[in-house]
Design a protein. Structure first.
Length: 129
């Protein structure tokens, strides 16, 4: 239940970053992304089992997305996705682009975490059979 509440708060922060005109909104999202990355990196080192696998997946997903942002700065996946959702070629304010990169990093990590946890559980069930 606490993760659902945390997700709802994060969605509210995402909505605020796209509607407000302050530089501190993207900075807040980068801070959240940094804290999440550090927490999951420490879990990847010290965790065991499915928690370790999901933490490694989060770190890998985040790093892969950040590498994609660095390699193709004009074709950033979060920016294209937001452009499709809003029906425009991009958001009007530069600081909102910074927010999409931070949000994309967190979402990339979450997707990586889900895939890694599923792969871990599948490998464990295959080994037990």
């Amino acid at each position: 239940m606490k993760w659902l509440l945390a997700a709802m708060v994060y969605v509210a922060l995402v909505a605020a970053a796209f509607t407000q005109e302050g530089w501190w909104w993207p900075d807040l999202h980068w801070f959240i992304a940094f804290i999440a990355f550090c927490y999951e990196a420490s879990r990847a080192i010290y965790g065991v089992g499915v928690r370790r696998a999901s933490a490694v997946g989060f770190v890998m997903g985040s790093v892969i997305l950040l590498a994609a942002v660095g390699i193709a700065p004009e074709g950033r996946p979060p920016r294209r996705l937001v452009g499709k959702i809003t029906g425009s070629s991009g958001l009007p304010l530069v600081h909102q682009w910074w927010a999409t990169d931070a949000i994309g990093m967190v979402l990339g990590g979450i997707v990586g975490s889900a895939f890694a946890a599923a792969a871990y559980r599948q490998s464990r069930s295959a080994n037990e059979s």
